[in-house]
Write a protein that binds this ligand. Structure first.
Ligand code: ADP
Ligand code: MG
Length: 374
């Protein structure tokens, strides 16, 4: 055997005709595979149980247990469930292709065998198997990472936030009760402390919302987006603002999605529209719906400072901002959160913007028919 091919794959061949076994054995051994041979279904099940092969070539017509029955048994046993089974059938056998797939087979080869065909089909299955194993490993790694992230954000919310709250409250009390006893320099230090403490709290809250948006269990409900938008606006409008903002809200805009998550997404988009029109003479914010290629597209549009799309390539990456904290305060986590939420709804998000000509954010959500969600 070619030592380079030593781990090409371990194949179990099951056929009640010794000549067939011998032929396949020779062919596959020459290709560098480890090959085991058995003459009936019972032996096959035993061999697969004792040492699961990478792949099984399984004859259909055999006395006692036939190939379909063997395959069903393999698929109902935990340790052998994932082994790909390729059926072998003679042209004059009554071979039921549909049944072969129904009982869990992945492919079939008809006899008399063509060397190249057998090899290609076996190689294909082994390639698939390898890819599945890689995906599974990546998935396991991701799950671990996700667990770490959950533990991490739990720690942040319960420990760091508590400590930070104490610091922020103490600063507030110092300013409120002792400011008169302090000189200007001490007061300016205290103000800085308050400002930075609040900013840190904001960053932690935004990061928590970002991570929660990624793993929170979703439900799909019919939602009236217009109503949610109205609620958010009422909240925004309680802020002090010298310019009166004109809101144009399309009524009766419906969607299906996770109410809580969609609300967070809209809060961020409308919050941005509100924030980035703060220096605009006649602020106008619009929420509406379009239909593009038979798909509902929702949008939040403003006539604020806008931005240069050329510089916005990383807009959806956490902490990326196009404006300084002096111009407009923010953490740069909002749009990343919105994007995760839209992604979880299998939708897309994009924008149109120009400097000093406002910005429009568009998004889609996966269309779910009410019948399907029942
Ligand atoms: N409506 C908008 N008008 C202008 N710029 C925007 C708008 N929405 C987002 N941006 C730009 O995208 C950046 C990222 O937005 P976001 O993630 O919500 O962070 P934040 O609002 O905290 O800065 C903002 O810093 C801003 O530069
Ligand atoms: Mg924002």
């Amino acid at each position: 055997m070619n030592p380079l091919n030593a781990h090409k794959g371990d194949i179990l061949i099951v056929d009640d005709i010794p000549e067939n076994l011998q032929l396949l054995f020779t062919m596959l051994t020459e290709q560098g595979y480890e090959v085991r041979r058995v003459l009936n279904g019972k032996q096959a099940l035993n061999a697969a149980k004792i040492e699961p092969p990478d792949i099984i070539l399984l004859d259909i017509k055999m006395p006692d247990l036939d190939g379909y029955q063997v395959c069903e048994k393999l698929k109902s046993t935990e340790t052998t469930r994932d082994i790909p089974v390729i059926f072998l059938s003679a042209l004059n056998d009554a071979f039921d292709k549909v049944k072969a797939f129904e009982v869990g087979g992945v492919d079939y080869i008809t006899k008399p065998f063509q060397l190249q065909e057998v090899i290609i089909r076996v190689e294909n299955q082994l390639k698939l198997l390898k890819m599945q194993q890689q995906i599974k490993q990546k998935n396991d790694e991701l799950m671990l990472l996700n667990q770490d992230l959950k533990a991490f954000s739990y720690r942040i919310s319960h420990d760091l936030c508590n400590h930070l709250n104490i610091i922020n409250n103490s600063t507030y009390l110092l300013i409120e009760k002792y400011a008169k006893k302090l000189d200007e320099k001490a007061k300016s230090y205290l103000n800085l402390l308050e400002e930075e403490g609040l900013r840190m709290q904001q960053i932690i809250e935004d990061l928590l919302r970002l991570s929660q948006s990624q793993y929170i269990q979703m439900t799909f409900d019919p939602i009236n987006l217009s109503v949610i938008v109205e609620e958010i606006i009422t909240h925004l409008e309680t802020d002090y603002r010298h310019q009166k903002t004109e809101f144009i809200i399309a009524p009766e805009v419906y969607a299906t999605g996770d109410r809580g998550l969609i609300k967070i997404a809209l809060e961020n988009l409308l919050g941005n529209a509100y924030k980035y029109t703060a220096k605009t003479e006649k602020p106008i914010i619009e929420f509406g719906q379009l239909e593009i290629n038979h798909q509902n597209v929702y949008f939040v549009k403003d006539n604020g400072v806008g931005f240069d799309p050329e510089q916005a390539k990383e807009l959806f990456i956490p902490f990326h901002r196009l404006h300084t904290n002096q111009e407009f305060a923010g953490t740069g986590i909002g749009l990343a959160t919105v994007q995760r939420i839209i992604q979880r709804h299998e939708g897309k998000i994009w924008y149109e913007a120009a400097v000093n000509q406002g910005a429009t954010f568009y998004f889609t959500l996966k269309k779910i028919s009410p019948l399907k969600s029942l």
